[in-house]
Design a protein around this ligand. Structure first.
Ligand code: ATP
Length: 278
């Protein structure tokens, strides 16, 4: 089964949030949706969980009983304990008694939250709270899980933990779609959807995205050196990278193999600067 969005457009009061977006989310896959602020990531996810109705296009998603959602906000209740939060979420799907007990024990252990089960959610670290939100989204064993920036604001160690939980969930057959601002995380997802201003810039496997990237990226070695075309360049560490859409940088340039971050930035610049003299 493949869930997803087909030709979906959404606008809010005349502002286009998504334009003709199509994304497939097959069983057992993790699809990472990336893009800058306001790119349309949350709107796409909210459309998949039917919180937003598309103006046009269609959404293929299971019914509520088979759908899990972690919103961009915490996803848990601050005044409840970890165990109470899980029980509350499970109760909404009719999970109770011994089955609930078993599922709670299993999930808390997997997320390393057993010792924290009686702590109020308000007393958890940001990473623990996101893990709890994730557990609440999967407690009823949904077929499609939608996660809105599950790891934003989470420390690097907890991010690894969270990523392990997400991968394990997909490995068990669940279709997972998640938004992230971390491109290293997106690279691990296997399948990327890059959004910019509500449109899909590029999507596919890491290899597809790299293979479809045309143009050249060069690196200026002198920190702070003025690039030839400032609007086509960005900072990477102590250097600046510059994009040449026609693939023909000046002779003698230091051409680099672009990584995913370069590709996403270069494609966004190309879209925005289309028509500007190169
Ligand atoms: N409920 C809403 N009412 C009006 N405009 C909205 C609403 N939700 C989103 N938008 C607009 O739609 C566009 C896409 O927003 P969205 O939140 O989907 O982007 P995003 O990629 O998730 O960004 P961020 O990472 O900053 O949350 C933005 O221009 C935003 O201002």
């Amino acid at each position: 089964m493949t869930f997803g969005a087909r030709g979906v457009s959404v606008s809010f009061d005349g502002t286009t949030a998504l334009r003709d977006v199509s994304v497939d989310v097959p069983d057992a896959a993790v699809i990472a949706v990336v893009g800058g602020d306001g790119a349309g990531k949350s709107t796409l996810l909210r459309t998949l969980v039917r919180q937003v109705a598309p103006d046009s296009g269609t959404v293929d998603a299971p019914g509520k009983a088979d759908l899990g959602y972690l919103p961009a906000s915490s996803g848990s209740w601050a005044a409840l304990t970890v165990a109470q939060n899980l029980d509350f979420a499970a109760g909404a799907y009719g999970l109770a008694g011994a089955a609930l007990e078993q599922r709670r024990t299993e999930l808390l252990a997997a997320a390393d939250l057993t010792a924290a089960s009686d702590r109020l959610a308000s007393q958890l670290s940001g990473g623990m709270r996101r893990k709890l939100g994730f557990l609440m989204a999967i407690v009823h064993r949904p077929r499609l899980v939608v996660l809105d920036e599950p790891s934003t604001g989470v420390d690097p160690v907890s991010r690894i933990d969270l990523w392990r939980l997400i991968s394990e969930e997909a490995a068990s057959g669940t279709a997972v779609v998640m938004s992230t601002t971390y491109l290293d995380e997106a690279e691990r997802a296997g399948h990327l959807v890059v959004l910019d201003a509500g449109e899909v810039l590029v999507q596919g496997s890491n290899d597809d995205v790299r293979a479809s990237f045309a143009g050249a990226v060069t690196r200026s070695v002198t920190a702070g050196a003025t690039p030839v075309r400032p609007e086509w360049s960005w900072r990477r560490g102590h250097a600046r990278h510059e994009f040449w859409p026609d693939g023909e940088p000046p002779v003698g340039s230091d051409v680099v193999a672009p990584d995913l971050e370069d590709i996403v930035i270069a494609l966004s610049l190309e879209r925005r600067l289309a028509g500007v003299a190169r």
